[in-house]
Design a protein around this ligand. Structure first.
Ligand code: CMP
Length: 171
């Protein structure tokens, strides 16, 4: 490889090359900036309503492979950090309260064009505006309690996946 390649961390099974800002680096697999991975959470409302199985079935039927998954509960600190981009929004406190009130399922999903295809599968943020057959149309109640999260870019998919999973938890 060229001179512009840096070694970040130890080379191991979890290390491979990845592209960032048009340069090639050695980096942990979970930081790969490719278009084939996205990050999702099945949110507390969908868990409370018993929809984990039905939502996972929609996801895998649409061709997404689950490469990491856990059943967990966000602390207040986790939720504030994860959603810090929304800190100035008037719904921020309610969002943190909602996302910490019960368990969630978090997962990293793999598929060609994962970010865009997954956002199409889940539908608009507001379920009232979501297309028929989308996960939010089927399982969400309102714009705040909207059943699932999906990353909005490849960069955020990598950041959000790394927030929830270590390299050893991704297969
Ligand atoms: P998501 O897009 O996964 O991540 C940001 C979350 O903030 C969003 O889902 C909703 O849960 C919540 N949210 C976004 N817009 C609003 C809004 N206008 N009112 C209340 N909650 C919102």
């Amino acid at each position: 490889m060229g001179d512009n390649r840096e070694i970040l961390g130890n080379k191991s099974d979890h290390i491979e090359t990845c592209l960032f800002m048009n340069k090639t680096y050695f980096c942990p697999k979970f930081l790969q900036m490719t278009t084939n991975r996205t990050f999702t959470m099945i949110k507390p409302d969908a868990v409370e309503n018993g929809n984990i199985g039905a939502i996972l079935e929609k996801i895998t039927s649409a061709g997404f492979k689950i490469v990491a998954m856990k059943y967990t509960q966000l602390s207040r600190r986790d939720a504030e950090k994860f959603y810090e981009i929304h800190i100035e929004r008037q719904f921020f406190a309610d969002l943190v309260q909602f996302m910490t009130r019960g368990p969630i399922v978090s997962a990293i999903l793999e598929k060609e064009n994962a970010v865009d295809d997954f956002r199409a599968l889940i539908g608009a943020t507001n379920p009232a505006e979501a297309a028929e057959g989308t996960i939010r149309k089927l399982f969400a109640t309102d714009i705040a309690e909207n059943a699932v999260h999906g990353s909005d870019s490849d960069e955020n998919a990598a950041i959000e996946g790394a927030f929830h999973f270590s390299g050893r938890e991704i297969y």
